[in-house]
Ligand binder design. Structure first.
Ligand SMILES: Cc1cc2nc3c(=O)[nH]c(=O)nc-3n(C[C@H](O)[C@H](O)[C@H](O)COP(=O)(O)OP(=O)(O)OC[C@H]3O[C@@H](n4cnc5c(N)ncnc54)[C@H](O)[C@@H]3O)c2cc1C
Length: 382
């Protein structure tokens, strides 16, 4: 079992304060995702947006008491996210920062690419997209259709394709897009840095039921010019720059999505405990079971995070945590709704929002069936 030391407990305490600060704005962002631009003055929002950046590019870490954080390890990110998501997950996903794209750049970028990307993130409030999913499917990255082709006249590359359900797509100034080269074999998977202002790039919002703050978007790349120095992983052996690097990046990110599920489940539990103190016995027992289940998934998620930091090539525990946390968030929010009886969702719009938000977690970072396959592929065969 992973126990949090004083350092991580200090981080958790700060995340709890942040959760309280952002909670009042969750419903506002749900109604109008652009409201995030009016909320950049909420304490810590800009500071956090400039973190999750390697120490070489971020000289001003987050200081909590005598501890300093860059939020570069999965365990730190998970500890922070679990607590902060109790406040409002939509707000967290709307806030500036480059948690996903930054992880890809840290994994696959050379020194110049990292400098280009991270110096931007620390110098101004930056949103960055991470564009993998496509209209025909997100879980199966190998079926991707977006293409990167080299222009024989200029030596530049061109990016063509459509991505859908991309968080912060319309807000982003920069991003990482995933594509295939040539005939599209397993070694052809490539990630590139994209400037959202480049010709041929466009982004439109996609309406969603929950997590509206994330402003999911459809991105179109219509022959977007990509300079050779924007192709990530070029400095690595062919077997490392593509899928190998991607899988490791996803294994590092997935426990953070699990932490989101734990946070949302905890928020639903807290809401019932606060607003329905005199629950009848059967519902009260159910709430207690839910509390224990949250504890259990919390432990699994922390373990998955610690394991991902130790060995990012192992994804099964991350997948197991993600499957359980997504299911838990749905179960907890549905249970909370039951505790308020018929009409409860009308009287409690925050709970109604939590219910919608919880559903989104199932689809982030690959849907449940895919995660289960990852778990079972690690079971030794007789
Ligand atoms: C809030 C939110 C934020 C997101 N942010 C981003 C982002 O920033 N960048 C990004 O690239 N994407 C993002 N996504 C998209 C997300 O990654 C995809 O929704 C996810 O990968 C699932 O893809 P899909 O919706 O196309 O469903 P599909 O992959 O088509 O899956 C649909 C169903 O089919 C099942 N299925 C699919 N393939 C198989 C198979 N081989 N075997 C068995 N069952 C299968 C799945 O389990 C699922 O139940 C986001 C999604 C959400 C909800």
């Amino acid at each position: 079992m992973i126990t949090l030391d004083d350092r991580l407990m200090a981080l958790r305490g700060l995340a709890a304060e942040f959760a309280t600060a952002i909670r009042p704005f969750g419903l506002e962002l749900d109604g109008d995702p652009s409201a995030i631009h009016r909320r950049l003055d909420v304490p810590l929002v800009l500071k956090l947006g400039a973190l999750q950046v390697p120490p070489a590019y971020q000289t001003e870490p987050l200081v909590v008491g005598r501890y300093r954080f860059h939020l570069m390890t999965t365990l730190e990110r998970v500890v922070f996210m679990m607590e902060a998501a109790r406040g409002d997950l939509g707000f967290l996903l709307a806030a500036p920062g480059a948690p996903m794209a930054g992880a890809a750049v840290a994994m696959l970028g050379d020194e110049h690419q990292q400098e280009w990307f991270f110096s931007r993130v620390v110098s101004e409030p930056t949103w960055a997209f991470f564009a993998l999913s496509e209209p025909r499917g997100g879980s199966d990255a190998s079926g991707m259709r977006t293409r990167l082709t080299r222009d024989p006249d200029t030596d530049e590359f061109r990016l063509d394709g459509t991505k859908r359900y991309i968080g912060n797509g319309t807000r982003a100034q920069v991003g990482v897009a995933f594509a295939k080269r040539g005939r599209g074999g397993p070694l052809s998977a490539t990630a590139v840095l994209v400037n959202a202002g480049d010709p041929g790039f466009s982004a439109v919002p996609v309406p969603t039921l929950g997590l509206r703050g994330a402003q999911l978007s459809e991105l179109t790349f219509d022959s977007v010019p990509i300079a050779p120095e924007r192709v990530l992983g070029s400095h690595m052996p062919a077997t490392r720059g593509g899928l190998w690097g991607w899988l490791r990046t996803f294994n590092l990110l997935r426990p953070v999505v699990a932490a989101m599920g734990v946070g949302v489940a905890q928020a639903a539990h807290d809401y019932v405990a606060e607003h329905r103190p005199g629950l009848p016995a059967p519902l009260r027992d159910g709430l207690e079971r839910l509390r224990l289940e949250i504890q259990s998934v919390r432990r699994l998620t922390l373990r998955a995070a610690a394991e991902a930091d130790l060995d990012p090539s192992k994804g099964e525990l991350s997948s197991a945590a993600k499957v359980r946390a997504a299911a838990l968030a749905e179960e907890a929010t549905r249970y909370a709704a039951r505790c308020f009886g018929p009409g409860g969702l009308l009287d409690h719009p925050y709970l109604e929002k939590l219910l919608r938000d919880a559903r989104g977690i199932e689809f982030m970072e690959g849907a449940g069936a895919i995660q289960r396959m990852s778990v079972f592929s690690a079971v030794p065969r007789p």
